[in-house]
Design a protein around this ligand. Structure first.
Ligand code: NAP
Length: 211
């Protein structure tokens, strides 16, 4: 099955490369089709001339665009999203990256209300794109937290995450995307405030295997 990635920036390019390396058939689109061609060539993915072309025949679609572009992309794709798993990587950051623009609800929940025929899974948003190529620390996989209301969709995204080297962790229903978006903001704030090199990633310590 094909994986479509909408957006060829930091996240889209890194995820496309990691997924292609793991053997997935990846199609990539961007706002500027020439950018998709350039990035797809380096990543081992197939460029698409439009978002609609990228999602055609794909079972999983990753939204790797700025939060401000999500509603436009969802509206543009419309019924082409029906029945698909939509992975929401976005973080609804303000212009200064110091706060979220959402209040009392996650961007992922808002998206799910807009595309009721699809299953939204929040994933990968807590990990800096630079870590996607080799998501390990001291030989141990980084944690990929997944939130979503459709168990089968979440399992599909868990398979994608583990295929590229993450340890997928079921974080609960889509309501938990609020926590995952805050977790991403915390990591961003920690790096900005402390002058860290934007490589830190979440890895739970202690017994985290079901007993
Ligand atoms: N950077 C990170 O480490 C990181 C980590 C986790 C989550 N995130 C989140 O992931 C999202 C993407 O971040 P990023 O750093 O990858 O951003 P970015 O480098 O600015 O890339 C954004 C991409 O979105 C594309 N795009 C914009 N509008 C589009 C449209 N209407 N249709 C198709 N493509 C469109 C752009 O196309 P063009 O290239 O043609 O301009 C660009 O390739 C953001 O919501 C961010 O908060 C980022």
């Amino acid at each position: 099955m094909r994986r479509a990635i909408i957006g060829a920036g930091n996240v889209g390019s890194s995820l496309a490369e990691a997924a292609a390396k793991a053997g997935h058939n990846v199609t990539l689109s961007a706002a500027h089709p020439a950018h998709a061609v350039e990035v797809a060539g380096k990543a081992g993915a197939t460029p698409a001339a439009s978002n609609a072309e990228a999602v055609e025949g794909a079972d999983v679609l990753v939204l790797a665009v700025p939060h401000a572009a999500v509603a436009e992309v969802a509206g543009e794709l419309g019924s082409a999203l029906a029945g698909k798993v939509v992975v929401d990587v976005t973080n609804p950051l303000d212009a200064a990256y110091t706060d979220l623009v959402t209040e009392g609800v996650s961007a992922a929940e808002v998206l799910q209300r807009e595309i009721t025929g699809s299953s939204v899974v929040k994933a990968f948003n807590t990990v800096f794109a630079a870590r996607y190529a080799n998501p390990t620390e001291n030989g141990s996989p980084l944690d990929a937290f997944l939130a979503g209301d459709d168990a089968a969709a979440k399992a599909t995204v868990a398979d994608l995450a583990s295929s590229i080297g993450f340890r997928p962790i079921d974080a609960g229903g889509l309501r938990m995307a609020r926590s995952l978006e805050e977790l991403a903001l915390l990591n961003i704030t920690l790096n900005a405030r402390n002058g860290w090199p934007w490589q830190s990633a979440w890895k739970l310590a202690g017994p985290t295997q079901a007993g």
